[in-house]
Design a protein around this ligand. Sequence first.
Ligand code: OXD
Ligand code: MN
Length: 597
Amino acid sequence: MATTQAAAVAQNAPTKNPTLLAWVAKMAAMTQPDRIVWCDGSEAEKKRMTEEAVKDGTLIPLNQEKRPGCYLHRSNPNDVARVEHLTFICTPNKTDAGPTNNWMEPDEAYTKLGQLFEGCMKGRTMYVVPYAMGPLGSPFTKIGVELTDSNYVVLNMRIMTRMGKAVLDLLGDSDDFNRGLHSTGDVNPDRRYICHFPQDNTIWSFGSGYGGNVLLGKKCLALRIGSYLGREEGWLAEHMLILGVTSPQGETTYVAAAFPSACGKTNFAMLIPPKEYKGWKIETVGDDIAWMRPGPDGRLYAINPEAGYFGVVPGTNYKTNPNAMETIAKDTLFTNVALTPDGDVWWEGKDGEVPEELTDWQGRPWKKGSAEKAAHPNSRFTAPMTNNPVLSGKSNDPMGVPISAIIFGGRRSNTVPLVLQAFNWTHGVFLGATMGSETTAAATGKVGVVRRDPMAMLPFCGYHMGDYLQHWLDMQKSIPQLPKIFQVNWFRQDKNGKFLWPGYGDNMRVLEWIVNRVHGRVPTQETLLGWVPRQDQGLNLQGLDVAPESISEATSIKEDEWKTELKSQEVFFEQLGTKAPEALMLQRKLLMSRLGG
Ligand code: OXD
Ligand code: MN
């Protein structure tokens, strides 16, 4: 049976790569699909698969006059977000995964998931999806092959990655590719596992159809396996957007910024500066992931390994993110938004009047005023980056862009001031390491609880968090021209729960200060926490309709809040045990002594 399977696989395959053929045959022997389809990434394939997806109910065509090329997908209601409690790092030793990851011994994981995968594709098609994370031919780029029984996954992967025949050609006979196996299974949360085997460059995902769990190039390869490879090979895989900011004088500065999921990375990466910023321009290189490595000139270079955006829909409108609205006007897959009677999509926070009647994200009739949300809070769009009106011309550059500033930003209703600059690299790593953020709907679980989320990588670091932080510290030695590091918080609130800082386009004001600091153009003021904008020559607040008291509250540093914060940081460092980097413990002690105890 296995030999017949191997022969059949080899016969249909558009590659002679022996490792790839043997692996596909082995996985097919286990999962027993009715047929195997090698995806070539062509337009004809997209058309055929879209038609099939419409026929089998996976996709609902939207009004093609209003939204050409757009479709709606409704997921199983039990499968709407990443499942961190069902996500595992499978390393031979538990300590290699560290205290912030779930761990399973590799043999145990292969056996456990093997039982679930056994025969799971009977009656189904196995799609073989060769894909690249990063521009083809870039030294940063990694190749993966995902085997999946979901046409929704294939259609998403062709937007999110460079996918198809060209990738197989690039791979040639090499065995250097990530082996990804996915089956939607029976979408049963009790039989759902997302397992990573860094030593085998392998990912097995069973029982989910949700993007972050199943588009294996994204969180699984580009971050969890990527961070592991980054440590081995001397680079960084980060949960960061990348943008270029160009001044009226034509100077472009590239910035990478880490924010936890659903905290506005896409909005920041596509920001439109306020009208006072005539001649300034923001361009997007990436909105979620940055791979960064030292370049030949001593600077840190970054690429966006993705080719599309898998963005949070609710709250997106022509005020918060006009460029995203343009991006999703065509050729976009929507997941779990509401449907209007005329076949368009709707979500909470969309422009215009709330429609009287809708079909909600679960396909049920919905009426204006209903207590339930029409769109799921973690409903998503999948759109090609080429739709973005402000896509950077460098987004396909194999060499990436030189990063001058790194920003760490959490969602904090108190404690953390609007912006500060780290004193140096080690202090900057400390700021990133001690990030806290209130949880969002991007992951299953309670929303709005502060948790430590170092570098916004808590759910995505593929090895011991202590080693990861040490790797960041060690990178200093291989980057002669270090980026400057900053911390921001757009989300501070007054006592009535109102945001103190307007955010969105006005974040340009903070960005301008950061750019000026990078180029050594503005003086600054030292505080206990870091350098902050001065009252004079500080943030440009011209034209900003916000009470001065709100600005001072948003930028304030309250020592009592910081004493509480330090306690919570201590709990986190204790969790890292002996792997908590010495240099960061020292930073903590210094801050404690500055705070007076
Ligand atoms: C994402 C996430 O989908 O972080 O990007 O959850
Ligand atoms: Mn993300």
